[in-house]
Design a protein around this ligand. Sequence first.
Ligand code: NAD
Length: 434
Amino acid sequence: MTTNRKIQNSGFYKEPGPKLSSESPFESMMERFRFAADILGLDKGLFKYLSSPVKQVIVSIPIVMDNGSIEVFEGYRVIHDNVLGPSKGGIRYSPDVNIEEVKALAAWMTWKCAVVNVPFGGAKGGIRCNPKELSLAELERLTRRYTANLLDVFGPDQDIPAPDMNTNEQVMAWIMDTYSMNVQRTETAVVTGKPIILGGSQGRKEATGRGVVTVTLSALNKIGLLPNKVTVAVQGFGNVGSVSAQLMYEQGSTVIAISDISGGYYRKEGIDIPAAMAYTKENGSLEGFPDADPITNEELLELECDVLIPAAKEDQISKHNAHKIKAKIISEGANGPVTANADLILEQNGIMVIPDILANAGGVTVSYFEWVQDRQGYFWTEERVNRRLNRLMKNAFDNVYNVSTHYNITLRQAAYVYSIDRVATTLKMRGIYA
Ligand code: NAD
């Protein structure tokens, strides 16, 4: 972002508000894309290019079930773009997954990779199935056949899947093995999020929460607050939320509330986060967690605190409750926890929102490190992974912050402006192949 461009109206952006019929994550993302395109005065052709995925594949996946019958599932892989490098994005197994959702999530990955300056484009995939109704053997056959059907799409130089909803390191191991069997060599770099023994990276599991905390500390620094003097509330106590809570606790912050699907837990003097981690490990959830008062998830969001980390699910802060939020900083651990309509209200109330595509990009950053390590066949210590992750996240925050002050826009708008500018500038240099 070197030129001092004036905001132009190229006609992509329409003021949100009552006109915004849906508060779906996709609609919210498109609103933000149009706004950034306008600020950049993006060429109409480039806007069209970046609005549509470069490849969309739908495959039928027949498998033999344990009872001998044949079942056919539908699988998807969408590559939104591969301008900056091979495309990257997770694979989800869910009964509601569909091509429209996968398209939106693939575009999201493009902006997320660009904002942290990793050399990847965006992709996403999924299989429409209910993994809870499938045996482990059926899941393995489903995963292997899906991979086999997409052999020409996947590849360490082409498109690199990762875990997402209801997929895990075992699923990644099956994808890696199926791909490797077909290309007749062990190709660990074809997926990330693998078990460490198969070429996974140290620090990957904690990476998203660690990144959330790195950008939160940068934001606190900008508004002149010390981490050991602030109060924090965290919604969701899974992978992202628990690591974020633990690392803020280690910084000396007072974590006054945590929550999960069972409800919220509040203690004014601060919750003993290591004890909460041990409790969930033993009991499977926070339900019945002692030494804290029960509150609802809605009440947690509205608490008087300095930092709010929504790390559970999308659409938690909408136009219905945005005006009740009292935090100074919202750090989006989850994807899409704040809707586009809520953005306006939070902005008017002077609340700084660190957007998901920046705040939770630590995961994809360490996925990039995993890919680099696999390709080199040389593995880093956890200390090196964490150090490099912190550096990339800090730089990304500073870049986005500078864009936001340059144009006098929110961090969310700035994150989109930064990443769309980066992809569009690269695309212009590469040109359109004909
Ligand atoms: P997770 O399944 O490990 O944890 C989710 C947590 O949220 C659990 O504690 C669950 O009980 C809680 N929860 C679910 N529904 C809730 C509700 N209605 N109210 C309150 N709490 C609720 O998932 P995760 O990996 O920590 O992911 C959380 C969010 O972060 C998701 O939006 C995910 O897309 C996003 N994200 C995760 C990663 C990653 O690396 N894991 C990376 C980027 C973004």
